[in-house]
Write a protein that binds this ligand. Structure first.
Ligand SMILES: NC(=O)c1ccc[n+]([C@@H]2O[C@H](COP(=O)([O-])OP(=O)(O)OC[C@H]3O[C@@H](n4cnc5c(N)ncnc54)[C@H](O)[C@@H]3O)[C@@H](O)[C@H]2O)c1
Length: 451
């Protein structure tokens, strides 16, 4: 394919050289004449292991050249990859001026082209900027409608400097964010020789996956560093401790606990987080990430309660009371907390918990629940049918058992199902289906005490 790459900085240069190696004809474009000259002379404008050699080979093979002329690039290619910088302003927002300039210029040249053209954005930028600034610029200056006459794709880059060539070739995935299949197919064809799995989604999701990835990497670094302070205070080798920690690929380094759902609870997680924080405090250590975990969990719980309250309905059916499915342990269950707060606010609540039958609880479990919800036995029902008979709003707080799932198709259309546990899907519920992220509220609670 014939490809132009706008911005031959770290991302653009690596992308241009690697795509040329995959057999494409590539034109790099930059406003910096030094970078353009370096590339045309077969050199890398900056140091990246292996890049200079690759650029030399590709320029010599006639598959890679550079220009400062946007018209030359757009007229002689079928797709433009936009890789210009999006640096940070002093208030943390991102600077869009480089991107806006490129979009406007590319669009003006696309206006003069008869052939179908695709603009693929690789720079890191938030969804609003794409929707409110970049796509309108592309449409206005090209005179063409995005998704009909000109293609737009968000195609995030995940390479790391220092190992960029390897990362390009051995990427975890290639993400193509577009609502236009013709544009997606064009970008997919660009990467077809690479082994990375192709993931197609919409542009917004693609953008957020890029941001979440980097934020998660940052969180991992910060977590590792915070626990190392505790290790040092306690005379433990943090490297050895984290090496052992990372050997658990079932729970620690795995997709477990990363799916959006209800708040966490139980007899271990809250207790152990509290114990570590108070041990750290005793030693004069301030660990901001660890200290933020329980407030974050409570924030989520309050949001869920607010969501139920905002339905305006009073008759509530709760599904799942234990701290997770498959156990009768109620201690520190966020579902108990939610139930307690709803009852406190005067809601008329019935609860279905398949793991608990009257008389089946003993010891600390029994005393905990009787203290938290004194009339618990009057509120418990024996099946989902009783929940549906009672409730205007049904709230799932844990995974619904497979044998109970079909029952949700017996809900009435006017009944609302709030799937806090994200256990069902809209097609499995005959009532109105809501989750925390399809709730229509305009504002999210910050620092609000809904309890
Ligand atoms: N560097 C990384 O490791 C990395 C990894 C993934 C994603 N990203 C993202 O990719 C984007 C680019 O990052 P980078 O590190 O390559 O930036 P960079 O600053 O190294 O390169 C940007 C290039 O764009 C050029 N440019 C600016 N305006 C231009 C215009 N109008 N026309 C043509 N070229 C123009 C600049 O001269 C520069 O060479 C950023 O959004 C960044 O967040 C970077």
């Amino acid at each position: 394919m014939k490809v132009s790459v706008f911005g031959i900085g770290y991302v653009g240069c690596v992308t241009a050289a690697c795509l040329a190696r995959e057999g494409h004809d590539v034109i790099g474009v930059d406003v910096d004449p030094f970078k353009v000259a370096a590339l045309n002379e077969g050199r890398s404008p900056f140091f990246e292991p292996g890049l200079g050699e690759l650029i030399g080979e590709m320029v010599a093979a006639g598959r890679l050249r550079a220009t400062v002329d946007d018209a030359d690039a757009v007229q002689n290619t079928d797709i433009a990859l936009i890789c210009v910088g999006t640096p940070t302003n002093s208030n943390g927002t991102i600077r869009l001026d480089y991107l806006k300039h490129v979009f406007e210029s590319v669009a003006k040249h696309v206006r003069l082209k008869d052939d179908y053209f695709v603009v693929a954005l690789r720079s890191t930028v938030l969804p609003n900027a794409i929707e409110q600034d970049l796509i309108p610029l592309l449409e206005r200056h090209s005179g063409k409608r995005v998704d009909r006459e000109v293609g737009f794709v968000y195609n995030p880059e995940f390479l790391r400097e220092g190992v960029a060539l390897k990362d390009f070739h051995d990427a975890p995935w290639t993400i193509i964010g577009s609502s236009d299949s013709r544009a997606s197919d064009t970008v997919a064809a660009l990467y077809q020789s690479l082994s990375a799995p192709l993931v197609r989604t919409n542009p917004k999701t693609a953008v957020l996956v890029k941001y979440f990835s980097n934020t998660f990497h940052a969180l991992k670094v910060a977590f590792g560093n915070e626990v190392s302070y505790l290790c040092r205070e306690m005379g433990v080798d943090s490297v050895e401790a984290m090496d052992i920690f990372c050997q658990d690929t079932k729970l620690n380094i795995s997709p477990r606990y990363l799916k959006p759902g209800f708040a966490f609870g139980g007899s271990c997680l809250p207790k152990d987080v509290k114990a570590l924080i108070s041990e750290a405090a005793k030693r004069g250590l301030h660990l901001p990430i660890l200290e933020a975990i329980l407030p974050s969990n409570d924030f989520h719980l309050r949001n869920c309660i607010q969501m139920v309250a905002e339905t305006g309905k009073r008759r509530i059916g709760l599904v799942g009371l234990t701290f997770k499915e498959g156990t009768d342990d109620l201690r520190e269950s966020p579902a108990v907390e939610l139930t307690e707060r709803l009852i406190g606010k005067g809601f008329d609540v019935k609860i279905y918990e398949p793991s608990i039958a009257p008389g089946s609880l003993h010891g600390s479990n029994l005393s905990f629940i009787e203290k938290s919800i004194p009339h618990i036995w009057k509120l418990l029902v024996r099946g989902l049918d009783e929940v549906f008979l009672h409730a205007d709003v049904v709230v799932t707080m844990q995974q619904v058992r497979s044998e109970d799932r079909p029952m949700f198709m017996t809900m009435k259309a006017k009944q609302i199902c709030i799937d806090l546990a994200r256990t069902l899907g809209p097609t499995e519920v005959s009532g109105e289906y809501r989750t925390v992220d399809n709730d229509q509220r305009e504002t999210v609670l910050v620092n609000s005490s809904a309890s």
